[in-house]
Design a protein around this ligand. Structure first.
Ligand code: ZN
Length: 501
């Protein structure tokens, strides 16, 4: 068996090497590559994708996994070998159960749908993209049908990014959250909006970058094993536990853009950098799910760097860097400006309170479509109705309504949105647990010290990589299943104080 475990590890390491090489070419394409390189790069990426696919579905790999499964069952729960074998089994099944021909059909359909969506959105004409979206819905249901053991049609689609999560787990959580969030949002937005002119001034770009990098270095992002570059959309990518890179986007007239994308991406990156070195090169050497990943970006971005203790430490420093912009702005005015809450139509511009409402609207609508309770032709009305009831706003057009997000038009319907809100809920849950273990964390943050929080997250979450699926990891960290209570308590405490509600 030991020989077979070695063979499996070596096959998985080969797949990881190819995948990481793809990621590096992608990173280069989005940060440094001259436009002239586009055609060759597309070809190179397609070649690597083919090689990694062939390696991932090799019958010899499948046989090796089958041979090792009984052995995995004899190992302790926490064994790295057992986790490697089980995760390999799940990845292999996912790669092999969806026929190659079907994948080809989806890929071609999605690229056509994407182009139709660009056109339909520009002309504000949903009818142009409707037939394509109907086909996407059919294909999404078909993709799910390759996993007949699933309890809900959306479960296999959710499982792709949020391993182990199901509609059965998510639906009650979201319904709890929505019930509580709508009245909080209403109470806040019935007041005069926070004044935020102070963060919309001119800020030299290099100074913004330097400040953000100083902060994330203090938080624990390791520049010896990472770097930050600029790109059109901020992202985190990794080629090894010891090479985890982030990007940011800077606007010289908006302080929020670069700073909060930097702390957000650093949260993702610290997760990847914090994985146990023993997992390097294996199939366990990455974050466990989209939701747990997002919990870390949100924790560092929102809970820490949009929090009062953080700015009690850093605001005087920010005033020194930008004396003409912030010299006469009080800490309170600044704090209110970066935590402004408002009703809005566009998810990606939403604040900490309303963001989840946007996500849950999409989640509910895609579940309704997958369950065939909502027909695609009725999507625009259903969308508008939910925006009216949940956020109290009505899109003036479908372009800023159901056609605003690329997700359904650049992928399958189902599985793309839940991770954002699961991440927010988990950020509150994990931070609450860290506070139970170390009640002085806010005081430490006030002094610019993050090592106790970072160390706790590393030991309890980051180190495990993909060893445990999200529900099991949550159980291990919190001793119970997932609940919205700590996240809601966090939101109520913070925004209750800000808005006196
Ligand atoms: Zn993120």
């Amino acid at each position: 068996m030991e020989e077979k475990v070695k063979q499996l590890a070596s096959r998985l390491a080969e797949i990881a090497d190819i995948t990481n090489a793809q990621a590096l070419l992608n990173w280069d394409q989005l940060t440094n590559m001259p436009n002239g390189g586009a055609e060759a790069r597309g070809r190179q990426l397609a070649t690597l994708a083919k090689i990694s696919h062939d390696l991932s579905v090799a019958p010899e790999l499948g046989q090796l996994i089958e041979d090792l499964l009984p052995y995995a069952d004899t190992l302790p729960d926490t064994s790295q070998e057992a986790a490697m074998i089980r995760v390999a089994k799940k990845d292999y099944d996912r790669e092999t159960r969806i026929p190659g021909e079907f994948v080809g059909k989806i890929t071609e359909h999605i690229s056509n749908t994407y182009m139709k969506w660009v056109e339909a959105r520009a002309q504000n004409n949903f009818e142009l993209v409707r037939p394509a979206l109907e086909t996407t819905l059919e294909l999404s249901r078909e993709a799910s049908s390759f996993f007949p053991e699933a309890a809900h049609v959306a479960d296999p689609l959710i499982d792709i990014s949020d391993n182990g999560m199901t509609v059965g787990i998510i639906r009650p959580l979201f319904s709890d959250l929505r019930k509580e969030l709508v009245p909080i949002m209403q109470a806040i937005t019935s007041q005069a909006p926070a004044e935020d002119a102070c963060i919309k001034q001119y800020f030299p770009e290099d100074d913004q970058i330097a400040f953000g990098e100083k902060v994330i270095r203090a938080m624990g992002y390791d520049f010896e094993r990472g770097r930050q570059d600029r790109s059109a959309h901020p992202f985190t990518t990794r080629f090894s536990i010891n090479d985890v890179r982030i990007t940011t986007r800077v606007k010289s007239d908006d302080f929020l853009e670069a700073f909060f994308s930097t702390t957000h991406e650093a949260g993702h990156a610290m997760y990847e950098q914090g994985i146990d070195q023993a997992l390097e090169g294996s199939n366990l050497a990455s974050g466990t799910s989209a939701g747990v990943h997002e919990s870390q970006s949100r924790l560092w971005e929102n809970v820490v760097s949009r929090g009062k203790p953080f700015w009690e430490c850093y605001y005087p420093q920010l005033q020194e860097i930008f004396p003409s912009q912030f010299g006469n702005v009080s800490m309170d005015t600044f704090y209110r400006a970066i935590n402004k809450v408002q009703r809005s139509l566009i998810r990606t511009d939403a604040d900490e309170v309303t963001y989840n409402l946007h996500v849950m609207i999409r989640f509910d609508l895609e579940i309704d479509m997958l369950e065939e309770k909502l027909e695609v032709r009725h999507l625009p009305e259903a969308w508008n109705e939910r925006y009216r009831s949940d956020l109290g706003v009505l899109p003036a057009s479908d372009a800023e309504g159901c056609m605003q997000d690329v997700h359904w038009y650049g992928g399958l319907i189902g599985g793309a949105f839940q991770g954002y809100t699961l991440g927010n809920i988990l950020s509150g849950l994990f931070y609450g647990k860290a506070l139970e273990a170390h009640p002085d964390i806010p005081e430490q943050i006030r002094q610019g010290k993050f090592d106790v929080l970072h160390g706790w997250l590393k030991d309890n979450i980051y180190a495990h990589g993909r060893k445990f699926e999200a529900p099991e990891l949550i159980q291990r960290v919190t001793g119970s299943s997932m609940t919205t209570a700590p996240y809601l308590a966090y939101l109520k405490a913070k925004f209750g104080e800000l808005y006196q509600i």
